[in-house]
Design a binder for this molecule. Structure first.
Ligand code: HEC
Ligand code: HEC
Length: 473
């Protein structure tokens, strides 16, 4: 056989076996085309206290972590009567306490556990799917704006909840009429740094004059979510004669998928009430007031001055907020996946492509009583602002100033260890997450359209380097 021919056949054989190997291990041609390298191996690089936290502050962190991880019970803890799960740590679990959805959905395990009460599992909660919270776009009766969280489970039939009879909402009917949207947990690593970024820094970054020409060329805008006092529900609801509920102070809100909440204490108290059904000094009212389902006085969680000298003096919501505030940001890897050169090039491509026009690499914190939070650079990859994201991502819900098609640029730190992406956890694949940024025309166009077009034109190598960079975070 002539040498050239032998070499061609040899190459072809190697190529074919590589293809077959890729097909047999991954069910796709992964390895030959651009692909999301998947969850980065190695240690979590998250879940610890801020570096240098010690003494009383470390004890507070440990007490907060214990409360955050605790699974609450019906009678003694005031769980429910309606809830989505029985612990913060269940939903904020991966890759460590404070994170996002774990591999095996704890909501699935909760309903299938020994004491699951009369709950049935909604079809959109699966064993391997993301932990979810469900919102209705419109009210189930009539067609008025809703937007609120409707809890998946009730305590009905659970140990200690004798006499309480509640029905779960008819999720399948709402699903059939396309009235349901989902949200997955946002991780809280580094949340103390995010909380400590002054409004001024967010606005200056958004209006940074050196970036403006590039932003207008790429048609990227953005605005902050200012929760105007008395305007936290939509205009429509107010004009329909609903009571005005819980306004804020007119400063920039920054936590949550729509940057709808101002502070960690506020989010902790809201989550305690909305996700777990536990009322507190900040949210006094039980969301389900059926008198046969109350097994503990309200508020369920409170400050206890008789516990002076211990952290149990603090209410649970203060403990949650302290834990999250003192939780370190995720540690990126310098070499995994793909090696340091690929990651360094990926970081450049991330900037050159324009991802950075929304996912700002860093923001600086202001003065804080906690030195580790004071004048620090947060490598969060977010401008904490709202952007119009087009019809693919539009969820039909308004929160504060955020319209249905507007979302906060999510911080990308910790992406390397994340399992599910986008507000409803619709994908595990970074390539899909990027493509979903695209859509819409004219006034409804996604602000990321031009950037995704640029991404599409990148070489295979640059695309792969960008994905490696994202998974190194
Ligand atoms: C059933 C799952 C679930 C439970 C339980 C849960 N969360 Fe969450 N958490 C979520 C979801 C979903 C979001 C995103 C909500 C949104 O933006 O619409 C979230 C977002 C957050 C955020 C915002 C972080 C950011 O930067 O955007 C904080 C803070 C938070 N949760 C704290 C808590 C605390 C504290 C508890 C316990 C009291 C808790 N959560 C319990 C699902 C859960
Ligand atoms: C116009 C602003 C904007 C631009 C430009 C942009 N993003 Fe995003 N990005 C967002 C917003 C907003 C979301 C959240 C959308 C949602 O969940 O509905 C998001 C979500 C993501 C997510 C999922 C994060 C999570 O927590 O689930 C990834 C990954 C991501 N972007 C990467 C990129 C990359 C890579 C680029 C450049 C090719 C890019 N983005 C360009 C605004 C932007």
């Amino acid at each position: 056989m002539p040498f050239e021919l032998a070499r061609t056949i040899g190459y072809r054989a190697i190529w074919m076996s590589a293809l077959l190997l890729a097909l047999s291990t991954n069910g796709s041609t992964q390895g030959l085309t651009v692909h999301d390298p998947g969850v980065r191996g190695g240690n979590a690089g998250a879940g610890e206290a801020l570096p240098g936290i010690s003494g009383a502050y470390n004890n507070l962190f440990v007490a907060g972590l214990a409360k955050f991880s605790q699974e609450d019970q019906v009678v003694q803890d005031g769980l429910g009567p309606r809830m989505n799960l029985n612990s913060c740590g269940g939903c904020h679990a991966a890759p460590a306490a404070g994170g996002s959805s774990p591999k095996i959905n704890p909501q699935f395990a909760f309903v299938n556990s020994a004491d699951h009460g009369n709950n049935t599992l909604p079809s959109f909660i699966t064993r391997d799917g993301p932990t979810r919270e469900a919102r209705f776009k419109k009210t189930s009766l009539g067609n008025r704006t809703d937007g609120g969280v409707h809890n998946l489970f009730t305590i009905s039939g659970m140990k200690g909840a004798q006499g309480c009879v509640l029905q779960q909402p008819d999720f399948e009917a709402e699903l059939a009429r396309k009235n349901l949207i989902f949200r997955i947990p946002t991780p809280v690593f580094g949340a103390g740094l995010i909380e400590q970024i002054p409004d001024r820094v967010i606005v200056d970054n958004l209006n940074n004059p050196t970036v403006q020409p590039e932003k207008s060329r790429m048609r990227v805008g953005g605005r902050v979510n200012v929760v105007v006092s008395g305007n936290t529900r939509t205009e429509q609801i107010r004009t329909q004669g609903e009571p005005n509920r819980n306004g804020n102070d007119g400063t920039i809100a920054r936590f949550g998928w729509k940057a709808q909440n101002k502070s960690l204490l506020l989010f902790a108290a809201e989550a305690y009430n909305v996700e777990m059904g536990i009322s507190s000094e900040l949210f006094q009212t039980e969301r389900e007031e059926n008198p046969t389902c109350q097994f503990r006085p309200t508020p369920n969680d409170f400050t206890d001055p008789t516990k002076v000298g211990t952290f149990d003096l603090l209410s649970d919501i203060e403990k949650f907020a302290s834990f999250m505030r003192l939780l370190a940001p995720p540690q990126p890897s310098e070499s995994e996946p793909g090696g340091p050169q690929s990651i360094a090039n990926g970081r450049n491509i991330f900037k050159k492509t324009g991802c950075v026009l929304c996912h700002s690499e860093t923001l600086k914190t202001g003065n804080s009583v906690i030195p580790q939070l004071s004048n620090q650079t947060a490598h969060l990859f977010s401008d904490l602002a709202l952007h119009q994201m087009g019809p693919n991502l539009d969820d039909g819900i308004s929160q504060g100033e955020a319209k249905p098609n507007e979302f906060r640029t999510p911080p990308l730190w910790g992406l390397g260890q994340r399992l599910f992406f986008l507000h409803d956890g619709r994908t595990k694949d970074l390539l899909v997450a990027i493509q979903e940024h695209r859509g819409g025309k004219g006034p409804l166009a996604s602000e990321a359209n031009e950037v995704v077009k640029r991404f599409d034109r990148l070489s295979t190598k640059d695309k792969q380097d960008l994905l490696n960079f994202l998974r190194s975070l």
